[in-house]
Design a protein around this ligand. Structure first.
Ligand SMILES: *[C@@H]1O[C@H](CO)[C@@H](O)[C@H](O)[C@H]1NC(C)=O
Length: 479
């Protein structure tokens, strides 16, 4: 029986260092490569145009250039999906930290391919490189939140988990700033802009080897008690880690009795199926909220409101900044208000805003001043997204499962996230061509559904140990 008054230990220098080492080097790839393709779109398209002509001795049609460019953009998500599926294997075989370190090999391959594509006059290299960095990002999205939540003390787990999304938001902003025409958004600059993705990888390779593997992995997966205690002592900055070690030992003993979790069992065993469905739906609620659609549409909306192209670029940077700041607020709130409350608040806010936005966009032709209300809607949407739905899904999945099923569950949930991202990015434009601004109503309906699901099914995980959380699902299924 775990004691009620657990000693709460704070944020030690070692823990902060490990968080920075693991998160900066991993989620940066995810965010940076999501954002980096936007600013230099025209430059890359004219590169595709020229390269094609050089190869086939004729200019490609405009639709062919657009097609090649869209393949280059979206193959990143496809790579992410496949990479996510590999998370379980790497996390089990090499550990969380080990997996993160190995994964950097992919960054070197990708950076070389995209960085030298122009020199080699090959847009194929650009496409393969984007696929490789997608694989890397998909693996990161599973491995990093797993490592972060496993090394954190219970009372900081959510705040630390939020850091994954914080760095995504931050690195999207960095990619947009570096992509400005004054910096690297130039004909010669864009290959460097793409290749810079190697920098956070080098940072991780220098810093993460200095940090221990997740103590939970060392003990529960590898059965090494002394080594686990040593690692935990390093993270906590004190020898007084008995309570935590006892919790982990209890989980270890329990694990010995359970056979290895298989993919099939994730579905047939109701104790695992319930949290799996929750994890998948929460991931869907992040991507099918329409965040990428709103960001995509925002440039049009800013321009319709009379902003010049130049000003619209800065408006985009402003949105990125709001996203970063609001994610910091969410990091502070997540251990106070709780995951469920924040997620519900965010979803509700986004739902109302998509409705307002649809009305504004539909009425703008007769009342042009409404375009300013649309801008307020866009900002409100970002604020609501960042308050919870942006960050919570990434780590909630790792909180819902014990050590055994965690890697497989993370693999599935993160792959679903990338798949949903892929689907929205492919389907949104064709949809707006058919039903125009009413596309946002689809998101209103989806958000309402996700809100109801979260309200009824998702348990609050704040301040609970993994054992206490998994017990919720055991109790529910025996009743
Ligand atoms: C490709 O480049 C040529 C020459 O600069 C230009 O006339 C043509 O419009 C370009 N095609 C596309 C699809 O951008």
């Amino acid at each position: 029986m775990a004691p009620r008054n657990r000693k709460t230990q704070g944020l030690t220098t070692h823990l902060v260092f490990a968080i920075a080492a693991a998160a900066l080097g991993s989620s940066f790839q995810h965010g940076y490569n999501t954002g980096v393709v936007n600013a230099p779109q025209d430059l890359v398209q004219s590169f595709i145009n020229e390269t094609y002509r050089h190869k086939y001795d004729e200019y490609p049609s405009e639709s062919l250039v657009t097609l090649i460019f869209s393949i280059m953009v979206s193959i990143f998500c496809l790579g992410g999906m496949i990479g996510a599926l590999g998370t379980a294997f790497l996390a089990e075989r090499f550990g969380r930290r080990g997996g993160l370190l190995i994964n950097n090999a992919m960054v070197f391959v990708a950076a070389a391919l995209v960085g030298f594509s122009k020199m080699a006059r090959s847009y194929e290299m650009l496409i393969v490189g984007r696929f490789a960095i997608g694989l890397n990002s998909g693996l990161n999205a599973g491995l990093a939140p797993m490592y972060l939540t496993e090394i954190s003390p219970v009372h900081l787990r959510g705040a630390v988990g939020t850091i994954y999304q914080l760095i995504i938001a931050f690195s999207i902003l960095v990619s947009q700033i570096l992509g400005l025409p004054e910096i690297l958004g130039t004909e010669d600059g864009w290959p460097i802009l793409f290749g810079l993705t190697i920098v956070p990888s080098i940072f991780m390779l220098v810093t993460l080897p200095l940090c221990p593997e997740s103590p939970k992995y060392i003990l529960i997966n590898r059965g090494k008690d002394v080594a686990a205690q040593k690692a935990l002592t390093w993270f906590r900055g004190t020898d007084d880690v008995h309570y935590e070690m006892d919790d982990m030992r209890a989980e270890f003993e329990e694990m010995k009795l359970i056979p290895k979790v298989t993919l099939k069992e994730m579905w047939t065993n109701i104790v695992l199926r319930k949290p799996l469905i929750i994890a998948v739906v929460i991931m869907l609620s992040q991507q099918l909220s329409g965040i990428n659609a709103v960001i995509f549409y925002s440039t049009d909306i800013f321009q319709n409101a009379g902003l010049q192209k130049e000003a619209a670029i800065y408006a985009t940077l402003g949105m990125g900044t709001i996203n970063v700041l609001m994610t910091i607020v969410s990091m502070v709130l997540v251990e106070r208000a709780g995951r469920k409350t924040l997620h519900l608040t965010g979803l509700a806010g986004m739902m109302i805003i998509t409705l307002l936005l649809t009305i504004c966009l539909a009425l703008t032709p007769s009342a042009p001043w409404l375009s300013y209300v649309s801008i307020v809607c866009i900002i409100g949407f970002i604020v609501m997204f960042a308050s919870g739905p942006g960050s919570i899904p990434w780590f909630l999945v790792t909180e819902l499962f014990g050590q055994g099923p965690r890697p497989i569950a993370t693999s599935i949930a993160v792959a679903v996230n990338w798949m949903a991202n892929f689907v929205v990015s492919l389907a949104f434009l064709p949809l707006t061509e058919v039903i125009g601004e009413y596309t946002f109503l689809i998101f209103t309906v989806l958000l309402a559904t996700f809100w109801l699901f979260t309200y009824n099914r998702v348990p609050e995980t704040k301040g609970r140990t993994v054992e206490e959380i998994t017990a919720i699902f055991r109790e529910k299924s025996t009743n």
